[in-house]
Design a protein around this ligand. Structure first.
Ligand SMILES: Cc1cc2nc3c(=O)[nH]c(=O)nc-3n(C[C@H](O)[C@H](O)[C@H](O)COP(=O)(O)OP(=O)(O)OC[C@H]3O[C@@H](n4cnc5c(N)ncnc54)[C@H](O)[C@@H]3O)c2cc1C
Length: 371
């Protein structure tokens, strides 16, 4: 079987890319799972990005217009009048994108695993049957443990984190606000999030250890016995290079196109899918990495913020909360906050001499990594 483009991995990014390419090329998508949407993922996507990417409205479960940030002893709130992020149903998102791609002409091999390359062909396995397909160009959209990235020799020194997430029944009085809890005594590596689906159901998670998630649930007065769904998965924060070599490219989590501040990867992966599709349609695949330079900048900025975060203890966090919770900072954050461009807000804070002076007193690390 011969194709123009074979996309390995039918997650959100692979399916999205198939949509962009299916009218121009003979496209095949190879997906190891037998159905969509099993992956651990809270499904929060910036509203602006969601609209810009023209993602299916049917997958939106909830609209979030603000966040409440909690430390161990204080809190502050950032809110907007319009939704800033959507909480989506991953299965509906992936399936709808796959349906759209098929209608445009893409072919899907579900329940089929990519095993490696042999003589320029992709070796696939469906249950106990092995076969080969040939394509002019191969794309690895096969997630953080990408087999395609391994095969093309991409290297990384990224930090890999295990994420744990539960869907839990409780009382969530403000279903349009996500809660972000920073408590280094419970989890040194990451924050906890509580993302309501509605008034009585929320997705609660963290990256680090399962034990810390259960301790958080207890502290947040949510009962482990009220968990109705449990998922675990991995993210990689850092750089995996290269993103393209000869006739093979990687995209999405496979290329670690993940926001290091929140570990969200759907929007960044899809923006890079656009860059890849554009370069392929124009017959200049080598332009792909360069066309993703904004995302690369965001990732490298996010890595600096992550370095700061991991180096701080709870006392530092409390002092940062005092500064960021001030009316001056809240007003500035509300004015500049952009769900997928955290650099914009941080730069605005740094440009405020008073806020910068207060932050620098807390830790010289901030000077080293941000200014
Ligand atoms: C706990 C947790 C919470 C998260 N929350 C969010 C969030 O709120 N918002 C957000 O934007 N991101 C979030 N993420 C990250 C998000 O899940 C990923 O960035 C996103 O799934 C990346 O999409 P992808 O299509 O690149 O990769 P994936 O979703 O990993 O899809 C890859 C696909 O490739 C398939 N595959 C793998 N290997 C093979 C093979 N050899 N052959 C064939 N198929 C293969 C897999 O079955 C899978 O379907 C979260 C991650 C975790 C772990």
């Amino acid at each position: 079987m011969k194709y123009d483009i074979a996309i390995i991995g039918g997650g959100p990014v692979g399916n999205y890319l198939a949509n962009l390419l299916a009218r121009e090329f003979e496209v095949v998508v190879v997906e190891a799972r037998v159905s969509f949407g099993e992956k651990a993922c809270t499904g929060i996507i910036g509203a602006e990005s969601y609209e810009a990417l023209k993602l299916p409205k049917v997958a939106v479960l909830n609209r979030l217009r603000g966040a409440v940030f909690y430390s161990k002893i204080q809190s502050f709130e950032i809110k907007r009048n319009s939704p800033q992020a959507y909480l989506v149903d991953r299965k509906a998102l992936e399936k709808r994108l796959a349906e759209r791609a098929v209608k445009k002409g893409a072919e899907y091999f579900m329940g089929t695993r990519f095993m490696g390359f042999r003589n320029g062909k992709a070796v696939l396995q469906r249950f106990n049957q092995q076969f080969e397909i040939e394509a002019q160009f191969y794309v690895g959209a096969d997630g953080v443990r990408s087999r395609v990235a391994q095969e093309m020799g991409a290297k990384t020194k990224a930090e890999f984190l295990s994420g744990y997430e539960v869907e839990i029944v409780g009382e969530f009085e403000r279903p349009d606000f996500v809660e972000v809890w920073v408590n280094k005594e419970l989890n040194r590596d990451f924050f906890f999030w509580v993302a309501p689906v509605n008034e009585s159901l929320a997705r609660v998670g963290t990256f680090g250890s399962l034990d810390s998630l259960f301790r958080f649930l207890k502290m947040r007065m949510l009962k482990a016995g009220s968990i109705v769904e449990f998922k675990a998965g991995n993210v990689g924060l850092g750089v995996r290079k290269p993103w393209i070599k000869n006739n093979i490219a990687i995209v999405g989590d496979a290329a670690l196109q993940i926001k290091p501040t929140t570990a969200g990867g759907i929007a960044y992966g899809m923006f890079c899918a656009h860059a890849l599709a554009y370069s392929l349609i124009n017959g200049r695949p080598a332009d792909y990495e360069n066309l993703c330079r904004d995302i690369r900048r965001q990732i490298s900025f996010g890595m600096r913020v992550r370095k700061i975060f991991t180096g701080l203890d709870q006392e530092h966090i409390e002092r940062i909360f005092e500064v960021l919770g001030s009316s001056e900072a809240v007003e500035l954050i509300e004015r500049t906050a952009d769900f997928d461009d955290h650099a914009k807000t941080v730069k605005a804070i740094i440009r405020s001499p008073r806020l910068l002076a207060k932050l620098l007193k807390i830790s010289p690390m901030l000077l080293r990594y941000l200014v």
